[in-house]
Design a protein around this ligand. Structure first.
Ligand code: NAD
Length: 266
């Protein structure tokens, strides 16, 4: 392997992809060898992300880009409809996929694990690259073993389509695994205003707040006798995911098979 890690970025012109390009250009251990996006082809990759020209021209054909530039790693922040095909293409070229785009079925992840092992390379699919968010989920799961009375409040921008957020659901799943099964609140409780108590997950509640100006926040509140514990994570911008992506690029060189979830690399 060369001294620097050669990195290709798919979805380089997107909101997350642009942050990845900036992060790769800023790290001397990484070398940007391809920037691929279905739009923006022909533009210098530096200019595509709002920096000065870097001398690498963005292209739109992933297969050709991987064949020509032979990267060590492909970082993919495209869209759910194309990410599976992109990941298969990367593995076919012996390029380790580090994937942030969402939309894989469990069966696809198993298939990709087999393909990675056959090619003797590692891969990473991480629905959440935020180290702080993953720690928040792990701490919440641990706390629920001792303090089973819990509510989750997540806050996102007002244009978000789904509620609750994927992170809130994932947190609830992890909490439920170790939490004593109880239905919280007064059994005679009545919602005077429908929805006031939030959505119910396994006996506890999740509340979704939607406001302009917010990026992503989540607070997990535990109540016990004479005490409460609050575990809170705030994301301010997409750059906050980049330390996780950077670690993923470096660690994926060290193992074989597809790892699902960034927490397994921490
Ligand atoms: P976006 O729409 O801003 O960017 C997607 C980019 O992919 C666009 O520039 C688009 O032109 C490009 N694209 C689409 N099809 C392509 C193809 N066939 N080949 C090459 N490029 C193609 O979206 P975004 O906000 O950057 O999010 C991208 C993905 O990352 C989404 O799936 C989102 O849910 C996910 N995401 C993951 C994390 C994480 O931590 N893992 C965090 C935020 C977002």
């Amino acid at each position: 392997m060369s001294e620097t890690i050669k990195v290709a970025v798919a979805g380089a012109g997107g909101r997350m992809g642009r942050e990845v390009v900036k992060m790769v250009l800023a790290d001397e251990q990484l070398e940007l060898v391809a920037a691929v996006d279905r739009s923006g082809a022909g533009t210098d990759a530096g200019e595509l992300v709002g920096l000065k020209p870097c001398g690498l021209i963005a292209t739109s054909d992933l297969d050709a880009a991987l064949a020509q530039t032979k990267p060590d790693v492909l970082v993919d922040f495209t869209v759910p409809s194309v990410v599976y095909g992109n990941t298969v293409t990367a593995i076919k070229h012996g390029v380790r996929p580090v994937v942030g785009a969402t939309g894989f079925t469990p069966q696809q992840i198993e298939e990709l694990d087999t393909l990675c092992r056959e090619a003797n390379i590692g891969g990473l699919i991480a629905p959440n690259f935020s180290i702080g968010a993953i720690l928040m989920m792990q701490f919440a799961a641990k706390a629920a073993e001792y303090l089973p009375h819990v509510e989750i409040i997540e806050t996102h921008g007002d244009q978000k389509l789904d509620a609750p957020s994927g992170t809130a659901i994932k947190t609830a799943e992890l909490i439920a695994q170790g939490r004593e099964k109880i239905k919280q609140g007064n059994p005679n409780e009545e919602e005077v205003l429908p929805g006031a108590r939030g959505g119910e997950y396994d006996g506890f509640r999740i509340h979704s707040v939607r406001l302009p100006g917010v990026f992503a926040q989540q607070e997990v509140i535990f109540g016990g006798y004479g005490q409460s514990l609050k575990i809170r994570h705030d994301s301010y911008e997409r750059a906050g995911y980049m330390p996780g992506v950077n670690i993923g690029i470096k660690k994926v060189l060290e193992y074989e098979g597809m790892v699902y979830g960034f927490e397994h690399l921490m």
